[in-house]
Design a protein around this ligand. Structure first.
Ligand code: NAD
Ligand code: DAU
Length: 351
């Protein structure tokens, strides 16, 4: 595929910012347009190092705003979409499911409609690539999710993502829109909003606050370093086939409690604290309602068909992540206080 003008939605978020950075640096001949509405989870400080690159543009707009989307498709002659914009946190979805339906389902449908209309009659060399999650498969006690595993979402977040996956397939089937879907396991690394397990725990350890482990801490997740996911997205975007689904995972399963204890040891060591200091903060709290027990991805399809594989060792990745959060306390205070919007005003107000 010779796509040159690529729209990346949600590029100011955690995974999106790593994808934008990778594409801007690796493909100077491409034009990368990052469209993000800058919710609480989107922060342009994540992209400080590439914000002035000649092949990078930022547009502040919502995927719900079809006029803005049409304008972007027209102005930049978009011929590839990598769609990450979403509400992404399971706990929030339990309190506010309609917001998740609005952004993740209706927002995706509107983006699909605009792409389909803009590309109508000339689908050659076009691609709509939708970034999804292993959570659409539900929970699995034994074995692994393959691309053939039936969809069985169990939280409002995963229900909204599963629905958006179906709409992507429906646009492919009904209108011939070239599209792909990938479903990834839990990501970790720099720039993740501190409501998710790993950054939340690191932040609480630093501030000697309780470490809230849901239920008995026995739930299992398969963790992948975010840069490995960004590389997978790059590989699938360039080598994947329209109409296909690709699972992405780290083959790296951890019980939450074991992961939290490992983080405690790393943080104590880095802060020169007595061993056991952080672990003494572990507090078992009421479980997440409907908490999925285990996610486990079989990523053999993407590995055999594209050659991608995870390369970051977990201990090394966690250590880099802890180090990053310790050195970026100002970023943390900006994202948790609303200060991150001032950066947008400073950088983009006069453009
Ligand atoms: P995130 O919450 O960190 O970032 C989401 C981004 O989307 C933010 O920048 C936000 O401002 C933007 N956004 C939200 N609503 C928008 C709207 N209406 N219009 C435009 N932009 C909007 O999320 P993340 O963890 O980086 O996840 C990115 C994508 O990857 C999501 O689609 C998520 O479902 C998927 N995913 C995440 C993980 C994970 O472990 N974090 C794993 C698999 C798949
Ligand atoms: O599997 C991919 C998914 O991973 C993505 O699609 C989601 O966007 C992403 O948020 C993530 O979902 P999880 O619910 O697995 O991630 P979270 O970090 O919220 O929780 C990880 C595990 O840790 C989960 O079993 C719940 C538990 N947990 C979480 C928090 C925030 C705790 O025990 N305590 C906590 O405070």
């Amino acid at each position: 595929m010779s796509s040159k003008n690529i729209l990346i939605t949600g590029g100011a978020g955690f995974i999106g910012s790593h994808v934008v950075r990778l594409f801007v640096k690796k493909y100077p001949e491409y034009r990368i347009i990052n469209l993000d509405s800058l919710t609480y989870a989107g922060n342009l400080e994540n992209l400080r190092d590439i914000e002035n690159a000649p092949n990078y543009e930022f547009v502040r707009a919502s995927i719900l705003d079809m006029d803005a989307l049409r304008q972007v498709f027209q102005q930049y002659s978009i011929n590839g979409v990598i769609h990450l914009a979403a509400e992404s946190h399971v706990d929030r979805s339990i309190h506010n499911p309609d917001e998740f339906a609005m952004t993740n389902i209706i927002g995706t449908i509107r983006l699909l409609k605009v792409a389909q209309t803009a590309w109508h009659g000339n689908m050659e060399d076009k691609m709509f690539y939708h970034i999804s999650t292993d959570e659409v498969y539900g929970s699995i006690e034994d074995g692994y999710f393959t691309e053939e595993t039936p969809i069985d979402p169990r939280s409002p977040y995963s229900a909204s993502k599963a629905s958006s996956d179906h709409f992507v397939v429906a646009f492919n089937n009904s209108y011939g829109l070239p599209s792909m879907v990938s479903r990834c396991s839990n990501n970790y690394g720099p720039y993740q909003f501190p409501e998710k397990l790993i950054p939340l725990m690191i932040n609480n350890m630093v501030n000697k606050k309780p470490l809230p482990v849901y239920g008995k801490g026995e739930n299992i997740r398969d963790w992948l370093y975010v840069e490995d996911h960004a590389r997978a997205i790059d590989t699938i975007f360039h080598k994947g086939k329209s109409g296909e689904v690709y699972n992405i995972g780290g083959n790296n399963e951890w019980k939450n409690i074991d992961l939290v204890k490992m983080l405690c040891r790393i943080v104590d060591e880095k802060l020169n604290r007595e061993p056991g200091t952080s672990a003494s903060l572990i507090t078992y709290v009421t479980d997440r309602p409907g908490h999925d027990l285990r996610y486990a991805i079989d990523a053999s399809k993407v590995i055999s068909e594209t050659g991608w594989r995870p390369t970051t060792d977990f201990a090394e990745g966690l250590e880099k992540t802890v180090e990053w959060y310790l050195q970026n306390q100002q970023w943390l205070s900006h994202v948790t206080s609303g200060e991150y919007l001032k950066y947008y005003e400073k950088m983009y107000a006069n453009r």
